[in-house]
Design a protein around this ligand. Structure first.
Ligand code: KIV
Length: 316
């Protein structure tokens, strides 16, 4: 670490700094009060800190980490250790928002005891306040076990990226009458099992509106239209750091790729043109030391200039 990168304390006044810690109860109260719930993903200290300081309610350390940070083609390869590592970084940054960790593919599928053990690790070892799992009615037993173990659960139905191969691609779900009814039944089952809220991903707005109206717990939409109780996006989508065209439901609020590219290009140019670092960006010796060193090198120079003394001639 360089001497210039020690962590700076938070500024005294910032949006959200005065407002109380967001909890499960806060998220649920917002539905009752019809106040939209603002959620976003984050995966590291600086972005999580910016997201928290901006007043977001819920930060998800999503398994989208696999794709947007680690460069995998899908969310499937990300491991428990990787998710824990990033959740810890986010936890260190976040003071106000609720931090939810996504359970990675395979970490909750083999058995309920193993799933509870893995979920507990997110709370014990990484400071998460809840976990998210994908799936509907088939997860009822698991949600019941997790909530019985005091682990709040955020459900996730509709387009569930961990079911990529089962779905045959990332396809909008719930577009037939049977699928519409099945997803409503999934939402109800998760609510009854104890989820504190449910993410609705990649479904028609009308379906999300029907679920939101029928449930007493909040719905958080992503590609699910405007009628959900809250919205979530992937941070890298929001700021254009994904190197791929945005999905229909993404709104780009900034162009970080262009911002970073320009900064890096200028940095390279400045090095090549000898304009970085400048005098002001360099460290300097104390004046008295500089004078001592200069005097010493002058003395050495004059000694060298006077040359070695000629050796005394030996008599023949
Ligand atoms: O992994 C993720 O980022 C998610 C959100 C998009 C809901 O699951």
């Amino acid at each position: 670490m360089s001497v210039t990168t020690s962590r700076h304390p938070r500024p005294a006044a910032q949006p959200g700094s005065g407002s109380p810690k967001v909890t499960v109860q806060t998220i649920q109260d917002k539905k009752l009060a019809r106040v939209p719930i603002a959620c976003l993903t984050a995966y590291d200290y600086p972005t999580a800190r910016l997201v928290d300081e901006s007043g977001i309610d819920l930060i998800l350390v999503g398994d989208s980490l696999a794709m947007v940070v680690l460069g995998y083609d899908s969310t499937l390869p990300v491991t428990m250790d990787e998710m824990l590592h990033h959740t810890r970084a986010v936890r260190r940054a976040v003071h106000r928002a609720m931090v939810v960790a996504d359970m990675p593919f395979g970490s909750y599928h083999a058995s309920i005891p193993e799933a509870v053990t893995n979920a507990a690790r997110f709370l014990k070892e990484a400071g998460a306040e809840a976990v998210k799992i994908e799936g509907g009615a088939s997860r009822v037993e698991l949600v019941t076990a997790l909530t019985a173990a005091e682990i709040p659960v955020l459900g996730h139905i509709g387009l569930t990226p961990q079911s990529l191969h089962k779905m045959g691609g990332y396809k909008v779900q719930g577009k037939t009458v049977a699928a519409f009814d099945r997803i409503i039944a999934d939402a109800r089952a998760l609510q009854d099992a104890g989820c504190f809220a449910i993410v609705l991903e990649g479904i028609p707005s009308a379906l999300a509106a029907a679920i939101t109206e029928q449930l007493s717990i909040p719905t958080i939409g992503i590609g699910a239209g405007p009628d959900c109780d809250g919205q979530i996006l992937v941070f890298h989508d929001l700021v254009n750091l994904t190197f791929s065209p945005a999905a229909k439901f993404v709104r780009r609020y900034a162009d970080a790729a262009t911002l970073f590219r320009n900064a890096i290009t200028h940095y390279c140019e400045d090095i090549v043109n000898h304009t970085f670092p400048s005098e002001a960006e360099s460290y300097h010796l104390p004046k008295d030391i500089a004078i001592q060193l200069e005097t010493r090198s002058k003395e050495k120079l004059s000694l060298a200039a006077s040359g070695p003394r000629p050796a005394a001639r030996k008599k023949a």
